[in-house]
Design a protein. Structure first.
Length: 202
């Protein structure tokens, strides 16, 4: 394992073990069904609210997404493999389940605010779905938010005029109140569908 991946792994474990920075544990909710590669939280986690810019250039707070469940992914548009694969997987899930996931939002929060302008985010997301939401903000703000999800990231040293951002490949499920309810570790489409269907029913 390279040093950078070892560092990221250690950060992920530390973030998962530590209490969230701005969020607090909320009152208990109905337990989610059990699925492989899905880690439900024992108590819903309230996520601290921050203002960001969405893919259309409008100012939007994370709390604006409340009212319907959401699948959140921290990534970036220049990602060579992980992010396009994750977005494609979520797009196929949404299209295959049709009305059963009506209202569920898919949100990409950029970990590369230097390059991911609203226009770049919009162009990237259109490859997968016109319904997907992209959010971007300065890296320091996004880092604090990401740690509340146990999703640390860091920028590689530039090479040949470009760079990558190392980040978690987890997908995070929020309930209708915008609380973090589960972490999905490359979960199957059926497992993801089961989690979101349970959250829609609440």
């Amino acid at each position: 394992m390279t040093m950078r991946y070892a560092w990221l792994s250690a950060m992920l474990m530390a973030a998962a073990a530590a209490p969230c920075l701005a969020g607090t544990e909320a009152s208990a909710a109905r337990p989610l069904p059990v699925f492989e590669r899905v880690l439900p939280l024992n108590s819903p986690r309230v996520i601290g609210d921050i203002a960001m810019t969405d893919h259309s250039g409008a100012r939007r707070r994370l709390s604006d997404l409340a009212g319907t469940p959401a699948l959140v992914f921290f990534g970036f548009t220049h990602c060579p493999e992980v992010c396009p694969a994750a977005m494609q997987k979520l797009a196929l899930l949404k299209s295959s389940k049709g009305g059963e996931l009506e209202g569920v939002r898919v949100v990409l929060i950029s970990v590369d605010g230097e390059r991911d302008s609203p226009e770049v985010m919009q162009s990237f997301l259109k490859r997968f779905s016109e319904e997907f939401v992209g959010l971007t903000a300065p890296a320091a703000q996004v880092r604090n938010l990401a740690l509340q999800f146990s999703a640390p990231f860091f920028k590689d040293q530039p090479r040949d005029g470009g760079y990558l951002v190392q980040h978690s490949n987890r997908v995070y499920a929020l309930d209708k109140q915008g609380r973090l309810r589960a972490e999905l570790y490359d979960a199957s489409a059926e497992a993801t569908f089961g989690v979101m269907r349970a959250l829609l029913a609440e």
